[in-house]
Design a protein around this ligand. Structure first.
Ligand code: NAD
Ligand code: ZN
Length: 260
């Protein structure tokens, strides 16, 4: 039984996948991020000194058990970081969820248990549905990386010190929204609504100041680079998505206010 946040879930899941070539295990996630993201979907693993998630296995838990009451003791930044992943599901996969978030900011921020239960169960269903269609991320599962491409660059450039993962993803989503607008997938109003929701949830929304060259080198170090290009997840309006293969990232960075 993996009782704890995403680190415990990933580690215990990997141990369960390896011991005797696999024993059943149960996820009991206690952080918001683990409840809406890492405990569902079967990605398990550990980090090596050489890099994140270098060793691991796809191994599904027999069961995921979530008690939202555990969230009452979670640190505020950890809680807000989990909200960023919830916003992600709304922006690219579920318009109704996005509208629900817009209308419930206040009860969400005071951790109203019935609102959180609704949100968490919706996110688990969405993730389970995506993973059932594409467990090993050969195509559609990549939609869950929305906001993560630039988010990872932000984490790398700031040495994993300044932002939590969820905060970096929030910044990455606002950038992805601007880029989607630039590509013609979304309107100015969509971008404004996404930025506005993220700000109301007390999450950061502006890319930290680094040069375009620094962003490019961080982006191209990402393992998802193929044939010199990056597959970027865009929002199509709000609630749907599109993949865009991006080779030249300057227009994207310029649209987010990053200069040479
Ligand atoms: N497997 C996947 O699909 C997947 C997806 C996303 C992230 N991850 C991984 O998940 C990890 C991040 O997970 P996380 O955000 O849960 O971080 P975490 O596991 O480090 O937990 C964050 C902190 O909260 C504490 N904590 C946990 N539950 C608590 C509670 N109920 N009350 C008070 N404190 C509590 C923990 O002790 C820890 O200090 C990363 O290692 C990331 O790589 C995996
Ligand atoms: Zn994430």
């Amino acid at each position: 039984m993996a009782l704890g946040g995403g680190v415990i879930g990933d580690m215990a899941g990997f141990a369960a996948a390896s011991f005797l070539r696999g024993i059943p295990f149960i996820q009991v996630p206690t952080t918001l991020l683990a409840q809406v993201d890492s405990s569902v979907g079967g990605k398990t693993g550990i980090n090596l000194a050489q890099g994140k998630n270098l060793v691991g296995a796809f191994y599904q838990p027999a069961h995921v058990m979530i008690d939202v009451a555990t969230l009452s003791t979670l640190a505020e930044r950890e809680f807000l970081g989990g909200l960023a992943e919830i916003v992600k599901y709304g922006v690219v996969l579920d318009r109704e969820l996005f509208l629900f978030l817009e209308e419930h900011v206040e009860p969400i921020l005071r951790r109203d248990q019935s609102v959180l239960t609704k949100l968490i169960s919706r996110c688990c269903s969405i993730k389970a549905e995506v993973v059932a269609r594409d467990e090993r991320e050969s195509d559609i599962r990549a939609v869950l990386n929305y906001g993560h491409t630039l988010g990872h660059a932000v984490e790398t450039l700031t040495g994993y010190q300044q932002y939590t993962h969820g905060e970096a993803v929030a910044i990455g989503m606002v950038a992805a929204a601007s880029f989607s607008e630039l590509c013609g997938f979304a309107s100015q109003d969509d971008t404004a609504r996404i930025r506005n929701l993220i700000q109301r949830l007390n999450l950061p929304s502006v890319l930290p100041v680094f040069t375009a060259a620094e962003y490019m080198s961080a982006l191209f170090r990402d393992k998802k680079v193929r044939d010199g290009g990056i597959t970027f997840v865009c929002n199509r309006g709000i609630g749907d998505f599109s993949f865009a293969k991006v080779v030249d990232l300057h227009p994207l960075l310029t649209s987010c206010g990053i200069g040479e």
